[in-house]
Design a protein. Structure first.
Length: 202
């Protein structure tokens, strides 16, 4: 329970400004209980990163687009899903790892490494489908699937920064639209959605 709570406090106050008392208050636990589970605030943050990776990894692994037989459709539908998940205020849809690493990359190396591993791990799942799609639709193209997968994450994380700066999700939607158009073009596809979230693939 405690490891699920730092995200919202961390988004609002930042890692350095979020105290153990803040986390305990949000989770409804005592400091004694906190230190029974974690040796330090950093240990709690590392556990929060692990929890985030597990929950978001499961969300994307079980998403309906994973059942699409065509890897190009899976990639484009993944981007459709990322757009559909943009709801509410920035703390509700932006990435814990991207938020945390912006603050901690120079001062907390273990947190930086954990965030890097989480972001790269997710990018690799996208790269697998990109590689399969490239083999089918653009086998002679010079672009690299892993580099393109990282570009998808860089675009999303950059859009999240803009959303935080502007206090609105509005800026994120066109960023994802342009990203999707670019990926579709590289794979020789039109820009029509692969399927809607309410549909189930045949």
């Amino acid at each position: 329970m405690v490891r699920q709570k730092p995200g919202r406090s961390g988004y609002q106050k930042g890692y350095a400004a979020t105290t153990v008392d803040d986390v305990c208050s949000a989770a409804g636990v005592t400091k004694g209980s906190f230190f029974h589970h974690f040796k330090s605030k950093e240990a709690m943050a590392l556990a929060a990163v692990e929890h985030w990776n597990r929950v978001t990894g499961s969300l994307f692994a079980q998403a309906p687009h994973q059942h699409l037989p065509d890897p190009r459709d899976r990639v484009l539908a993944y981007l459709d899903l990322r757009k559909a998940l943009i709801r509410g205020a920035p703390p509700e849809f932006t990435c814990l790892l991207g938020t945390m690493v912006q603050e901690t990359f120079e001062t907390w190396p273990r947190l930086r490494q954990a965030c890097d591993a989480g972001i790269l791990g997710h990018a690799q799942t996208v790269a697998r489908d990109l590689a399969l799609a490239k083999a089918l639709y653009a086998p002679d193209a010079p672009w690299d699937p892993e580099a393109l997968a990282l570009f998808t994450q860089a675009t999303l994380q950059g859009a999240f920064i803009l959303a935080k700066a502007q206090g609105s999700a509005d800026v994120v939607f066109p960023c994802i639209d342009h990203l999707r158009q670019h990926v579709a073009h590289l794979l020789g596809a039109d820009d029509a959605p692969a399927f809607t979230l309410k549909e189930t693939p045949p």
